[in-house]
Design a protein around this ligand. Structure first.
Ligand code: 5GP
Length: 190
């Protein structure tokens, strides 16, 4: 998506070798016009898939999920993160997610009331790196008996391998921008 790539080049900040900061439009301040265009693009890519629910993970997936959901006219469910591994809620699906940006493992949970076997789920998230978040969300979908229609990602860092892992396992992944490499001199897209 050219508009997104242009904004990434203009406003993204590369930190170290593998972290892209996009606080000015996606992760702290939100560019609603850009989010709307991305929401329309996700709808366009999944328009024939009869999506019944969008699933994301708190906190940074919520903005794009909520905006995109307006074009699908479906509810958004966001998995909640908890640092404890204890299941304190019998009525929840739970999985473990390791965050490489925070170097921490979280439990992620979705209440059983909000995902079920009649759902056709689109998972949306802001970034795809090693696919730990995506695999955790996929696990929650599987536990619920719902169908995973696909995964939509705003920014995929192709060099970290999560996209390949998911696609090789048969999951449909649609990324609006795929970064092949990045460093302080610039960002190279697919
Ligand atoms: P993964 O689980 O695919 O390894 O990483 C994806 C998650 O980590 C996303 O939900 C996102 O919040 C965070 N993340 C991964 N890489 C980056 C990055 O380069 N920049 C930002 N801002 N977040 C990232």
């Amino acid at each position: 998506m050219k508009l997104l790539k242009d904004v990434i080049v203009k406003k993204g900040k590369v930190r170290g070798e593998d972290v892209l900061k996009v606080d000015s439009f996606l992760n702290h301040q939100l560019d609603i016009n850009l989010l709307n265009e991305m929401g329309k693009e996700f709808k366009n890519r999944f328009k024939d898939d009869n999506i019944t629910k969008i699933l994301t993970i708190e906190a940074s997936g919520i903005a794009i999920a909520a905006i995109a959901a307006q074009y699908f006219n479906v509810p958004v469910v966001f998995a909640k993160k908890a640092e404890s591994k204890n299941v304190d809620n019998d009525n929840a699906y739970e999985s473990q997610v390791y965050s490489f940006t925070k170097d921490k493992t979280y439990s992620v949970r979705v209440c059983k009331d909000y995902l079920n076997s009649s759902d056709n789920v689109l998972v949306l998230d802001d970034f795809l790196a090693n696919a730990q978040a995506a695999l955790g969300l996929k696990d929650l979908v599987n536990q619920s008996g719902a169908n995973l229609a696909g995964i939509g990602i705003v920014i995929e860092k192709g060099f970290q391998g999560g996209g390949k892992l998911l696609r090789d396992s048969g999951v449909r992944v649609e990324s609006l921008a795929i970064i092949n490499s990045m460093n302080s001199d610039g960002i190279d897209f697919d």
